[in-house]
Design a protein around this ligand. Structure first.
Ligand code: PLP
Length: 499
């Protein structure tokens, strides 16, 4: 006869009878600095983390971000099934590698790369546009340095010409990889790189001019075609060979569907590389970007590493080694699921909702719209009268309704302009647009009832109505400076990031 007895540890016993919220695991402060000595049950760990995360904003109401917040459940299944696949194990996961290559081909064709219908394109999947830009920048730097060395010329002062509206990743690239960023300043009413000024700034040390298809701040497309014309002329006159990179992080998956005749891509011969974020209008959850080169000659061989210890020889050109496969698989899902027709539909819908929102905001009578009709689907707007309250307060008050809308000041020389920006993504419907307008209207009316937070009498800029223009100019400048200081203080305290 076998006699078995089950010994229950007192803690285990309690675990079975305590309800989750009465268990000791949620009664004690959570570890914040040191790894705890002992383990806890999985349901307790889940509950603790899940509950803290409830305090995060709701991603779908986060109108600060271009990044995808909704995908179809079928794609979610593919993502979950591939969470444990390391992308870099190319020999072990050859199909995943093949899907990446197909995505690169599809994107290169979409951007009109000069390749045959069945020719393989040159490009790579990245974590996002930032990594893509680092790789593209490195390729330009290396090509330029090699050429300068061959010519016996100094090669220690490379620069990139951009607009002051570039996303922070360009500043990171410049600092990490020791390239000077020569920024064309903005001005009131003109918030993108002026191609004329950009080309003036090009010199023999310029490794590329970076144009943005869809400025992060206003969604506006920079005029790549005009830049191309001017740069071609300058190259001819000077003997330079300065190329163009297009940062199409958000516009790359918008322009081909909404504005197919707009020439911004490889149709322009000086455009040597383009980056795009798969996780923005590529309609994939965060964690995927792409960079494609015009041809093999534009990606220096010595930047490509060959690894063979995981199996056969595999070329890699990325900053990180390991990374997930899910987002690449999800990107391929979107390409074959939606096709050109589906992407066009999504983008048209985004554009329609942008118009609904824009008209609604205009109808309040309180705002000027800064975003253009052609561009990334977003509405950037500024207060007509900011002498009593600021866009930062509006952003703050909108939080109470659940909306996350960023407010920020423009870069130099338009720092005195502060804007609100609403990004329209696939999952932002017409009814949400209408609700947002109504909540913005409520917020401005509510602010009207509150004492002013801006202690400057002449804050509102109406120089054209004054006869004494010199005095007004001075007033305006002083007001701008004071308001900028005030806004800066606010922004430094609490920023809503824009990406
Ligand atoms: C124009 C532009 N470039 C680059 C980036 C960086 O992209 P990612 O977040 O994919 O790294 C952004 C992000 O918003 C952007 O708007």
């Amino acid at each position: 006869m076998v006699i078995t007895s089950t010994v229950t540890h007192p803690d285990e016993h309690r675990q079975n009878i305590d309800c989750t919220f009465a268990s000791r695991y949620v009664r004690e402060p959570v570890p914040k600095f040191k790894m705890p000595e002992s383990s806890i049950p999985k349901d307790a760990a889940y509950q603790i983390i899940n509950d803290e995360l409830m305090l995060d904003g709701k991603p779908r109401l986060n109108l600060a971000s271009f990044v995808t917040t909704w995908m179809e459940p079928e794609c979610d299944k593919l993502i979950m099934a591939s969470l444990n696949k390391n992308y870099v194990d190319m020999d072990e996961y050859p199909v995943t590698t093949e899907l990446q290559n197909r995505c690169v081909n599809i994107i290169a064709h979409l951007f009109n790369a000069p390749i045959g219908a069945e020719e393989t394109a040159v490009g790579v999947g990245t974590v996002g546009s930032s990594e893509a830009i680092m790789l593209a920048g490195l390729a330009f730097k290396r090509k330029w340095q090699t050429k300068r060395k061959l010519e016996g010329k100094p090669y220690d002062k490379p620069n990139i010409v951009t607009g002051a509206n570039v996303q922070v990743c360009w500043e990171k690239f410049a600092r990490y990889f020791e390239v000077e960023l020569k920024e064309v300043k903005l001005r009131e009413g003109y918030y993108v790189m002026d191609p004329l000024k950009a080309v003036e700034m090009v010199d023999e040390n310029t490794i590329c001019v970076a144009a943005i298809l869809g400025s992060t701040l206003t969604g506006e497309f920079e005029d790549v075609k005009l830049l191309h014309e001017l740069l071609t002329k300058k190259n001819k006159e000077t003997g330079f060979d300065t190329p163009i990179h297009v940062d199409a992080a958000s516009g790359g998956f918008v322009a081909p569907f909404l504005y197919p005749d707009l020439e911004w891509d490889f149709r322009l011969p000086l455009v040597k590389s383009i980056n795009v974020s798969g996780h923005k209008y590529g309609l994939v959850y965060p964690g995927v970007g792409w960079v494609v080169w015009r041809s093999k000659e534009d990606l220096p061989d010595d930047l490509v590493f060959h690894i063979n210890y995981l199996g056969s020889d595999q070329p890699t050109f990325t900053l990180n080694f390991s990374k997930g496969s899910s987002q690449i698989i999800a990107q391929y899902y979107q390409f074959i699921r939606l096709g050109f027709e589906g992407y066009k539909n999504v983008m048209e819908n985004c554009l329609e909702n942008t118009i609904v929102l824009k008209k609604g905001i205009e109808k309040t009578g309180r705002f000027n719209i800064l975003s253009k009709d052609v561009g990334v689907p977003l509405v950037a707007f500024t207060l007509k009268d900011s002498s009593h309250h600021t866009v930062f307060e509006i952003a703050d008050h909108l939080r109470k309704y659940g909306w996350i809308v960023p407010a920020y000041t423009m870069p130099a020389d338009a720092q005195h302009i502060a804007v609100l920006r609403v990004v329209i993504r696939e999952d932002f419907s017409c009814s949400l647009a209408e609700r947002l307008v109504s909540d913005i209207d409520k917020v401005v009316k509510h602010l009207d009832t509150l004492p002013s937070t801006v202690s400057i009498k002449s804050a509102h800029v109406t120089a054209s109505t004054s006869e004494d223009s010199e005095k007004v100019k001075k007033d305006v400048k002083e007001s701008h400076d004071a308001i900028t200081k005030y806004w800066k203080k606010l922004v430094d305290g609490k920023t809503v990031g824009t990406c």
